[in-house]
Write a protein that binds this ligand. Structure first.
Ligand SMILES: [Zn+2]
Length: 99
């Protein structure tokens, strides 16, 4: 059995990990009790990611995906999505940014 461990992004302590957690699972640092995301690099290598950082990465990825998609499908789709998002109650008010 391999002994897995990963460094906490908050307190830099070495956390022992189980092999049965799944990629992207939220766990708690044994030392500072911060919620962190366990990310699998490969079978024997895991990293712990700050939840905020993990979320940011996901949002960035999603935004990139949406961007690529809108280029494929044309601006009308992107505009629809923008309108939908705007009516979702974010109250942005910053409409008509020059594009
Ligand atoms: Zn910690």
């Amino acid at each position: 059995m391999a002994n897995l461990s990963a460094t906490c992004p908050i307190c830099q302590a070495d956390n022992p990990l189980d092999t049965n957690q799944s990629d992207g699972e939220e766990i708690y640092c044994c030392y500072c009790q911060s919620p962190v995301i366990a990310r699998k690099v490969d079978r024997y290598t895991w990293v712990l990611v700050d939840i905020d950082e993990d979320r940011k990465t996901h949002i960035r990825k999603a935004a990139k995906k949406a961007e690529a998609k809108s280029e494929e499908e044309g601006m009308s789709k992107a505009f629809q999505e923008f309108e939908f998002d705007d009516s979702g109650g974010h109250g942005g008010g910053k409409k008509g940014g020059g594009h």
